[in-house]
Write a protein that binds this ligand. Structure first.
Ligand code: APR
Length: 250
């Protein structure tokens, strides 16, 4: 299938659900997790149980979060995020399921009611005991020098970014919404994910099982490449640039 055919498919079918991973943010300067130089090549993932039980593990997580927070200050959405916004503006987007916690889809202007953040967000810090919400900027300012992990000023509980760590329950409302979208998608487009992590990677399969036209746009191979209806192997930015003209009269 050519890009022109795929654009025609989008124009004719609509009901698009996009599913993104860290690969859609790399062209904004945010590293992904499993590419060479990715986050998991720099830091070992900390499981939720370890975060709860080990001050040393919490300091490692906050050291990583402090670095990412600094990075977020300068990053802006790229053509991939804007492509999804353009599908929404054209009335073609049912919703976006993202594994990303960088908030770039929202920053690109996609309405919050179209966004399902499966793994939560780095843009909020909350207390694990009382649920009080904190501004990440204020929390990061307290992480100077040899810091101890931040605590809630209301109840003394542990603070954590509002993200779902390995071993932590997935946000039930986001999971429900992702399932609903996957079951009704006409076209399900995966952009920038290695599709290595469950349960997130089950949604493209669910969509396909429910009759969706499945497309994958990714720089490297994924475990679902054998079942896709359209495959673009390369940078998301190039894909969007090449597809754009074919969608202009959409
Ligand atoms: N264009 C296209 N594909 C890209 C680009 C790009 N510009 N940059 C990176 N990629 C691809 C990589 O080749 C890789 O296959 O995006 C994929 C990113 O995969 P991961 O780094 O594994 O990220 P992701 O799939 O989002 O990981 C899922 O794992 O560790 C957890 O919570 C974390 O949400 C994350 C989840």
């Amino acid at each position: 299938m050519t890009l022109q055919d795929f654009a025609r498919k989008i124009k004719e079918t609509g009901d698009v659900v996009c599913f993104t991973g860290a690969g859609i943010s790399t062209e904004s300067g945010v590293p992904d997790f499993r590419s060479p130089g990715g986050i998991w090549t720099q830091y070992a993932p900390v499981y939720f149980s370890e975060f709860l039980s080990s001050e040393e593990a919490r300091v490692r997580v906050w050291t990583m979060k402090r670095k990412t927070h600094e990075l977020y200050k300068d990053v802006r959405p790229n053509i991939g995020h804007l492509f999804i916004c353009s599908l929404c503006e054209r009335g073609k987007l049912l919703g976006l399921i993202t594994q990303n916690v960088d908030g770039l889809h929202s920053l690109a202007g996609l309405p919050d009611d179209k966004i399902v953040e499966l793994h939560g967000t780095d843009r909020i810090v909350h207390c694990l005991s009382c649920g009080k919400i904190f501004d990440p900027d204020q929390v990061m300012k307290g992480l100077a020098g040899a810091f101890t992990s931040p605590r809630c000023d209301a109840c003394g509980g542990l603070l954590k970014s509002a993200t779902a760590s390995f071993g932590q329950c997935m946000p039930p409302q986001a999971m429900r919404r992702a399932q609903e979208l996957s079951e009704v998608a006409g076209i399900f487009i995966v952009l920038g994910s290695s599709l290595q992590v469950q349960p997130a990677a089950s949604f493209p399969v669910l969509a396909k099982q429910n009759g969706a036209f499945l497309a994958i746009v990714n720089r490297e191979a994924t475990p679902l490449d054998e079942i896709v209806d359209f495959h673009y192997r390369g940078p998301i930015g190039a894909f969007c640039t090449q597809l754009g003209p074919w969608l202009s009269d959409c």
